[in-house]
Design a protein around this ligand. Structure first.
Ligand code: BUP
Length: 463
């Protein structure tokens, strides 16, 4: 039948920052009513948050085929101290187990969509199976430009006079040249992550297409450069299909009810929301300064505290121990400090929220954009400074570059408090944030870029 004529298989990577956009893309495809979808689910998941999200996703879309992929025991000792990155390596090393699984699927598979972190192994497998292969790059078009250009940049950097260079021209970046300080430090050391980028980036040209969770009005410069071949010769088509809309299934993931009723009681735009994403545990000393800063700002707040990278361990340590009894007591009147998974999209869409202190993980940035929330950018690692740069030039947030990368130094509470005051009362930021929201709404509306692109692709896959 028409409905089953396209069979899409999707293969996500680890961590909520990758799984969430993957499932949002999956639901776009399922909702189009023209695709059968199989989601390969590597098991066990790294975190509880991931396994909850997967099971709620499945109960919302029973027509979906969930294909468990039981991973072999992980490499010991761990390849990386970061559990999510360790998982990426396990997935890459286990990919040879996929072809029999894929070949056994019925109806035969039409196309394959995998996470960017699995690029090289999956390109090789899909080539053997003669399957068109697309990737979902889970960050900005600006970051994708950097990713595509990285081997060239690394080569330039390794030249003898390179250490005198303080910035690099990167085609496609809206704020080129890129300051050296914005490049994740691990990329200029001999790390697995650097090797992964060096290996994967040249293989981009073997893909049939790249999906990005972004939209034209926000990243037109990068999207044009990417699709014009200015960033990488023979770049496959790059499709902006964002910003991805959070779906109903994500709501079931949390018990945010009391939090939302607290927000309901606050004046419009009066609350600052603070969250550093699913993978960043700040040092306790830094967290206490954030607490002091929030108190100092005078604004009410919702603050998601993360003490350990993996949520399994989190239940064990109480807030009193992480932040100190005095601070916890002092904050009680002023806001909510939460150490569990919250429904971030719901918080950002609440009318009482007037500002977002964010690490600039791309999903968080897109969620803020969809809701027109001004940002205090506080990038911690990875792609986050590049994303922060984009927020800064769009003038929908501010970024204090002297705060540095995670753990470089402790940023003091008074500085944090002052910065929060700045974003909460700045009308220019609010206006620009509303402009971003308008562009986001347009892209995701009926007949907007996102829908048109998905429909065109499905037509193409049918033929
Ligand atoms: Br924490 C937390 N609730 O309590 P990013 C996060 N999220 O809904 P990251 C919650 O997780 P990467 C919580 O809304 C976003 O969709 C949040 O993704 C959600 O950052 C996602 O913002 C986090 O991209 O991932 O987790 O650091 O390293 O891949 O950027």
């Amino acid at each position: 039948s028409d409905e089953s004529s396209v069979h899409v298989v999707m293969f996500p990577s680890a961590g909520m920052g990758h799984l969430t956009p993957f499932l949002r893309l999956a639901s776009l495809l399922v909702n189009s009513n023209h695709c059968k979808l199989t989601l390969i689910t590597p098991l066990p998941t790294v975190s509880h948050a991931e396994s909850h999200l997967l099971s709620h996703f499945h109960s919302s879309f029973p027509q979906l085929n969930l294909l468990p992929f039981h991973l072999p025991p992980p490499h010991s000792p761990p390849i990386s101290v970061d559990p999510f990155f360790h998982r990426v390596q396990t997935l890459r090393h286990s990919s040879h187990l996929l072809p029999p699984l894929i070949s056994s699927l019925s109806p035969p598979v039409s196309i394959f969509i995998s996470d960017i972190f699995l690029l090289t192994p999956l390109v090789s497998i899909t080539q053997k199976l003669s399957l068109p292969n697309y990737t979902l790059f889970t960050s900005s078009a600006a970051m994708f430009s950097f990713f595509s250009h990285f081997p060239t940049l690394a080569l330039a950097q390794s030249k003898p006079d390179a250490d005198t260079q303080i910035s690099f021209p990167v085609p496609g970046l809206p704020f080129s040249p890129l300051p050296f300080s914005s490049i994740p430090p691990i990329l200029f050391q001999n790390t697995i992550f650097r090797n992964l980028l060096m290996e994967d980036s040249p293989n981009l040209t073997k893909l049939q297409g790249v999906f990005l969770n972004t939209f034209e009005s926000l990243e037109s410069h990068s999207l044009k450069a990417l699709n014009d071949g200015q960033v990488l010769k023979n770049m496959p088509p790059v499709y902006a299909v964002g910003p991805f809309i959070p779906f109903e299934f994500e709501k079931k993931n949390t018990s945010t009810t009391s939090l939302i009723s607290w927000l309901d009681d606050q004046p419009i735009g009066s609350v600052v929301y603070v969250c550093f994403g699913s993978r960043t545990a700040l040092k306790r000393e830094q967290m206490r300064e954030i607490g002091n800063g929030l108190m100092r700002s005078g604004y009410k707040f919702v603050w998601v505290v993360k003490d350990k990278i993996i949520d399994k361990e989190e239940q064990e340590v109480g807030l009193d121990e992480v932040l100190g009894v005095e601070l916890v007591e002092g904050m009680k009147e002023k806001g909510l400090v939460i150490k569990e998974w919250v429904d971030q999209s719901e918080i950002l869409s609440h009318k009482s929220v007037g500002g977002f202190v964010s690490h600039c993980g791309w999903n968080s940035i897109m969620e803020a954009g969809l809701n027109g929330v001004p940002i205090l950018a506080w990038p911690q690692h990875g792609d986050q400074k590049i994303n922060a740069g984009l927020v800064e030039i769009s003038e929908w947030g501010i970024w204090n570059k002297s705060w540095g990368w995670s753990g470089e130094h402790v940023v003091k509470g008074d500085e944090i408090g002052d910065a929060i005051k700045q974003i909460m009362k700045n009308q220019v930021l609010k206006d620009k944030a509303m402009k971003v929201k308008e562009g986001a709404m347009k892209a995701t509306s009926n007949g907007g870029d996102c829908e048109v692109t998905i429909q065109k692709l499905i037509q193409k896959w049918k033929n």
